[in-house]
Design a protein around this ligand. Structure first.
Ligand SMILES: [Zn+2]
Length: 858
């Protein structure tokens, strides 16, 4: 009864018109008759449409559920857009040259018309069930995972048997007879979220990256139009998975299949909202139609064994396998978030090689890498290899901690729930926003900072929340979600609504999430800016951080909910540890300073040395005189735990002979065994220290500092590790000069040449690996056991699972466990699937060990 929307009959008439106008581009057919004898119309669109079945194809289905009108409306608009623009838009022309679109605007015409004219929120088809009730949920009537139900009145009644309905059996017939379909999109409402297909287990699939990236690339197009970001949610344990849906049937036939949930209501305001949904989805649809060819039988094969070969703090080397083919090159994409697009904006490499080093990365940062093979002649691409994730190493002076709230210190407080707020802390999801039953609702989370030293110097901070469900955020572009620092002194009871509502806010983080960018299944992150880091810095002395998460607090006329649900990671409703809110803090600590006097000084002349003084310059025969000095580093702490952050040599000159010549002096860090004129002339130079000083400098001031660069600090650490003295020479840089010398203070109680070292104590290398790693099957679960290393600095193990290759990095796969235990179960993994497990140990930095890897064979 909303006039702007096209009816079933108008849609059929529109398709007829299209065929008349564009006979080369479109054909239509009825693929079946409904219970009420309506035709289920399917359009085929391609350039030279008579060849359509020979090209790779995308299948579009709309309005499977009667009340989800977007499916039909978007289909009509998309067809109209393609046909009226193909001859002026080269992108459409290219796309239709190589790909075919099969499109069913409305798979449930009976239900759709019933919804349009009688009962707006009708969902099923119009099968007479014989008991006075009507309808089968078509999206429960396909065969994969079909669940038999007897409640015919139910909105999700699955029908007497799989494909009992004319609509679903028509789809089955069509799809079974078309082996060129490579992608299927099923349009529903609502939620602004993509639901890619899955295989009813929680293991990575070979095409999992394809599914997520297809959605992410659509998201990229959507965002360009309206700024909106859809969620991408593949279903996660232990959530029950939908049975008998069309998506799973298409996927079971090797088709990349996705449900797209559009909008925030089943039947939105046409002018305000539906038009936006249509406008943002058309470019996304066109993009995806162009991908059909990349999943065809003739597309290049997927890259194998895409893995991390090497990781440093600022670079990563990736490597992969491919059967030799001179026409194939590779595209590598890099993202810092999961489920982001792969396109020109993040393409970091194109190469014919099978190895690539990515440079200028941030330390201690997670990166996702993706790879595709491309045929250089046809430009047809392969599917994606499973993505790989790494975390770059920390810089030598950095530490990082991921902190989770305790269960009693995370939850939500709602204005209408008062007393019961306490009960759901650490149990229910975080409901944040406003609705009729809960009233205004805030999230509360407190982090204990015991693991961070009070004097830590904060470098980077990120808060992460996992958006679990946005289906109750029902209003488009209304409200935003934000996080505020709360003065911990102003709250004594975290679960008290009034206290949280009136808590003293120190500052609200600058970054907020507007409603149209609330995603589902895709993490939300808040990265702190400098002033926010400063606040955290001052909070360190409190030993804890308290945050209040706020959404909208009022609703417009006639609306009942704008409520967002974030995962708590505790309780029966959440997804466990993986999805717990967290704060990641990267920091360093203040350095200590130590001043070391030279242990010996020598002036070295061509014909002999003089101990305990320090002269350099030129003798009467134009020969250089070298000053040599060294330092005993034993007063520094254990070399394995000493990171030198800054260092300089301080040296003072007593006197210098006067000259107008431009004579300059410098200091070299050298590696010589015994000091003699000959050994110095043949010296191994490690590095110059700082810059040279001139005669003029010597006259202006007496004290000179020679500052170590980064490399020289590392070299000094090495000398310390080798338990040697650090040796230096000071000498003129000029030549052909006679009888000029500088007399430096050598070993002298007050003025001695000094080495000033700033350092921090931090482990440089990981603790030992675990030993005796074993794998067993217990209660139809995989169980891993091992022995932890016996070391004070051991802080835990990190266990990951990877179906495709041996994990090389602790993020290279699905996280199974992190902690101090010596065993773990793989709760959600399938015992029927071969895979690798990697166990890494870590210390308090953390440095991660090389993994101990074990292969599981089903
Ligand atoms: Zn639906």
């Amino acid at each position: 009864m909303k006039q702007q929307y096209k009816s079933y009959q108008q849609t059929c008439d529109f398709l007829q018109d299209c065929v008349k106008k564009y006979p080369n581009l479109i054909t239509i057919e009825s693929i079946g008759k409904t219970w009420e004898n309506r035709d289920i119309m399917l359009a085929t669109i391609s350039l030279n449409v008579e060849n359509a079945d020979l090209k790779p194809a995308m299948l579009y289905t709309g309005t499977v559920h009667a009340r989800e009108w977007i499916g039909n409306e978007l289909a009509v608009s998309f067809i109209d857009y393609i046909l009226s623009n193909y001859n002026t838009n080269p992108k459409i022309l290219r796309t239709l040259t190589k790909n075919t679109l099969y499109i069913v605007p409305c798979l449930n015409p009976d239900g759709f018309e019933y919804s349009r004219t009688h009962f707006s929120f009708w969902r099923k088809n119009r099968r007479p069930n014989g008991d006075g009730t009507f309808g089968v949920d078509l999206n429960r009537n396909f065969s994969v995972g079909y669940g038999k139900s007897t409640d015919t009145a139910s909105n999700v009644y699955s029908g007497p048997q799989p494909f009992s309905e004319p609509e679903t059996s028509a789809m089955k017939n069509f799809v079974d007879n078309k082996d060129n379909i490579t992608i299927a999109l099923d349009y529903h409402s609502q939620g602004n979220v993509f639901f890619p297909a899955h295989k009813f287990n929680h293991e990575q699939e070979i095409d999992g990256t394809d599914l997520n990236t297809l959605c992410a690339n659509m998201n990229y197009e959507i965002h360009k139009v309206t700024g909106r970001i859809y969620g991408i949610h593949r279903g996660k344990p232990p959530t029950k998975l939908i049975s008998g849906s069309g998506r799973e049937y298409y996927y079971s036939r090797g088709i990349i299949a996705v449900v797209v949930e559009v909008g925030t209501r089943n039947i939105p305001d046409f002018m305000q909202n539906m038009q936006e949904s249509i406008d943002e989805n058309i470019p996304a649809l066109l993009k995806t139609l162009g991908e059909a060819q990349n999943y065809s039988k003739n597309a290049p094969k997927r890259v194998k064994n895409f893995h991390i070969k090497n990781v440093a703090s600022n670079e990563v080397t990736l490597s992969w396998d491919y059967d030799c083919d001179k026409d194939i090159y590779f595209q590598i994409f890099r993202n810092t978030e999961n489920k982001e697009a792969c396109n020109e904006s993040n393409l970091v490499c194109e190469t014919f090689n099978t190895e690539f080093t990515d440079i200028q990365l941030q330390s201690g940062t997670g990166y996702y890498y993706y790879i595709r093979a491309v045929n250089n002649l046809t430009l047809v691409k392969s599917p994606y290899a499973p993505k790989t994730k790494i975390k770059t190493l920390l810089e030598p002076d950095e530490f990082s901690k991921t902190i989770f709230p305790n269960p009693k210190e995370v939850g939500y407080v709602a204005s209408k729930l008062s007393e019961s707020n306490r009960k759901h802390f650490g149990l229910n999801s975080l409901f944040i926003g406003v609705n009729e039953t809960k009233g205004t609702s805030y999230g509360v989370m407190q982090f204990n900072l015991d693991s961070i030293p009070n004097d830590a110097i904060i470098k980077d901070v990120r808060i992460s929340l996992y958006p679990l469900n946005r289906v109750n955020a029902k209003i488009e572009k209304f409200g935003e979600w934000s996080i505020s620092f709360v003065d911990t002194q102003s709250v004594s009871e975290l679960s008290d609504y009034d206290q949280i509502n009136n808590a003293k806010i120190i500052e609200t983080l600058g970054q907020t999430i507007p409603s149209e960018q609330l995603t589902q299944g895709k993490w939300s992150h808040w990265d702190f800016n400098e002033s926010e880091k400063d606040i955290l810095q001052t909070q360190l002395k409190d030993g804890k951080l308290l945050f209040k998460i706020s959404g909208p607090t009022s609703l417009p006329q006639g609306r009942d909910s704008q409520m967002m649900m974030f995962d708590l990671g505790y309780g029966n409703f959440g997804g466990g540890l993986h999805y717990r809110p967290s704060i990641d803090i990267k920091y360093t600590i203040p350095s200590k300073e130590i001043v070391i006097d030279a242990s010996s000084t020598v002036s070295v002349y061509e014909n002999g040395s003089i101990d305990e003084n320090l002269i350099c310059g030129f003798d009467a025969n134009n020969n250089k005189i070298y000053g040599s000095f060294d330092f005993d580093l034993n007063s520094l702490p254990d070399a394995n735990e000493t990171i030198i952050t800054d260092c300089y040599i301080q040296i003072k000159n007593k006197s210098a002979t006067k000259t107008k010549q431009d004579i300059r002096y410098n200091i070299e860090f050298v590696d010589v065994e015994n000091i003699s004129y000959e050994s110095i002339q043949n010296r191994d130079r490690i590095e110059f220290i700082g810059y040279e000083v001139s005669r003029a400098d010597l006259q202006k001031k007496k004290t000179h500092k020679f500052i170590f660069d980064y490399y020289s600090c590392l070299a000094l650490e090495d000398v310390h590790k080798d338990n040697k003295n650090a040796k230096f020479i000071i000498k003129p840089t000029s030549s052909d000069i006679k009888n000029h010398t500088v007399d430096w203070y050598g070993i002298d109680s007050k003025n001695s040449v000094k080495l000033v070292v700033k350092y921090i104590s931090r482990r440089k290398v990981a603790v030992n690996q675990v030993s005796n790693l074993k794998i067993t099957k217990e209660k139809s679960q995989v169980k891993l056991t091992w022995e932890n290393p016996n070391c004070e600095d051991f802080k835990g193990t990190y266990v990951v699972r990877n179906r495709f290759h041996k994990p090389k990095n602790h993020l290279d796969g699905d996280k199974i466990y992190a902690g101090m235990d010596n065993y773990t179960y793989d709760d959600f993994g399938s015992v029927k699937i071969d895979k690798y497990y990697g166990v890494f140990t870590y210390d308090n930095v953390p440095n991660y060990s090389e993994p101990v890897v074990i292969e599981y064979k089903s």
